[in-house]
Write a protein that binds this ligand. Sequence first.
Ligand SMILES: Cc1cc2nc3c(=O)[nH]c(=O)nc-3n(C[C@H](O)[C@H](O)[C@H](O)COP(=O)(O)O)c2cc1C
Length: 133
Amino acid sequence: MQTAPPDDPLWTIVYVSSASYDFTPLDLERLLASARLANDAAGITGLLLYCHGNFMQLLEGPRSAVQAAFRRVRGSREHHGIIELLDEPVPARAFAGWSMASAGIGAEQFHQLADAADATRRQLLLDFWQANR
Ligand SMILES: Cc1cc2nc3c(=O)[nH]c(=O)nc-3n(C[C@H](O)[C@H](O)[C@H](O)COP(=O)(O)O)c2cc1C
């Protein structure tokens, strides 16, 4: 994985959104497969969680690539009501090597992650995934 040049720092975006329909496990696999293809090509890594019609996703990589990926995400009719929770530089990738990690999550934990303080959310997402991968 390339390191980001100084004029294009390592960046992360975290958002939540509402699925436009009830995603089956197969729908999720298809979405992940297309996201991973695009992310591999763009140098993006991250985590996608789905819980009863809601998504939470962390995207990370060079800022320009993260912004381009987030434009693709925003353009998708498969979800709506996108709320950005984090949009900031990061010192290192949390999900290096994962073109889009994914894990099942219950409603209570999903809400805990959504309600977490900005300063701790990224670490909590990593902790959650490491415990549930
Ligand atoms: C929940 C969700 C996560 C997505 N994650 C990514 C991603 O990580 N990288 C990416 O390039 N596109 C991502 N996309 C965009 C999709 O890969 C694809 O471009 C989009 O769903 C196509 O939607 P459309 O059929 O409405 O055009 C995501 C879309 C959704 C709904």
